[in-house]
Design a protein around this ligand. Structure first.
Ligand code: ZN
Length: 333
């Protein structure tokens, strides 16, 4: 048994859930059948309140930056509640992602430690991997393995997980009782990412296509009022709900790719490309546009979100670049 593992793979492929199942197996007292589900340890795992398990998640930094000072305490209470709620949700659904709003630093996120407001900075994590405490297994889980230092990678046993394949995704969605009408659109849009599938639960097919249609028509409109609306609405969304912002941009990316697939004959009659609401004229406009360049501009926006760029300015630039691209291709067509 190694002392440190790294589970990596695309978002929503089940890494965290597997890390939890793995630690449940390590703690199970039934040697012939680990993960028995019956022993004291396995039962504690069900609520994710096991005494031997500590979750480390990114948390927002406190006001003072120093643990235990007054500025940080109220926030800690709030974070503690948010964290407990997230943990409870995770215990019911292993695909639930534990995230706290505006979390930047990796501080220790176990309920016990939060109570003591004991904080552990990233450098200390490195130290722990270097000299692991006895009888401890550390499992690091990340979507971004390429951002980790080679030293850290060298200290872990690395397991890379693929996205969930379409048929597994389909059977999972069927099992939890999603309406059959929604299954094709959920599997198509989520592309093996269970978090995306979850963010779509409870929405009707019309709502999902409506969200997609809205961002498409705002971005490709030539009206100044649509641009203003897009810049105001989406810069606000990027601030208040970055995950939702990413998801809307992702819908736009999917829509743009479906034109590429249609154009290259990979796929005919994509259900996104409805003929209603003037969509057809946008599709016609984009048929002569380099889809890869449009997509690169959208990726840049998403990267900028991590770096806290001025979003309204970035979105204005995006619209200008996209429309320049469409115009320039028209000239050659
Ligand atoms: Zn057990």
């Amino acid at each position: 048994m190694g002392s440190a593992y790294l589970f990596s793979g695309p978002p929503g492929c089940g890494k965290e859930g597997l890390a939890i199942a793995f630690s449940c197996g390590l703690n199970c007292s039934n040697e012939s059948n680990p993960l028995c589900g019956e022993c004291h340890s396995c039962k504690q795992f069900r609520s994710l309140q096991h005494e031997h398990v500590t979750f480390l998640v990114p948390l927002p930094g406190s006001n003072s930056g120093k643990p235990g000072e007054q500025g940080g305490k109220i926030k800690d209470q709030k974070n503690l509640e948010l964290f407990q709620a997230a943990l409870e949700e995770k215990s019911k659904n292993l695909f639930h992602k534990i995230t706290l709003p505006r979390a930047k630093q990796i501080l220790i996120g176990s309920v016990r430690c939060l109570r003591k407001t004991l904080y552990l900075k990233t450098q200390t994590h490195g130290k722990i991997l270097e000299e692991p405490p006895k009888n401890t297994t550390i499992i690091l889980v990340t979507d971004y393995k390429e951002q980790l230092s080679p030293t850290l990678l060298s200290r872990c046993q690395h397991i890379d997980f693929p996205p969930i394949d379409q048929s597994t995704m389909r059977s999972y969605i069927v099992d939890i009782g999603i309406e059959s009408e929604l299954i094709p659109i959920l599997t198509e849009i989520s592309q093996g990412d269970m978090h995306k599938a979850y963010s779509l639960f409870g929405k009707s097919k019309e709502e999902i296509l409506g969200m997609m249609g809205e961002i498409v028509s705002l971005v490709f409109s030539e009206k100044a009022s649509s641009w203003r609306h897009f810049i105001n609405e989406y810069s606000r969304l990027a601030y208040t709900n970055p995950a939702e912002f990413r998801f809307r941009v992702y819908l736009l990316q999917l829509w743009i790719w479906s034109i590429y697939k249609e154009k290259s004959g990979v796929r005919k009659n994509s259900f996104y490309l409805g003929k209603e609401n003037g969509m057809e004229s946008i599709v016609q406009k984009l048929l002569n546009t380099d889809i890869h360049i449009l997509n690169a501009h959208l990726e840049e926006i998403l990267r900028g979100l991590n770096r806290n760029l001025n979003t309204s300015l970035a979105l204005t630039n995006l619209l200008i670049k996209i429309h320049q691209e469409i115009q320039s291709d028209k000239a050659y067509a």
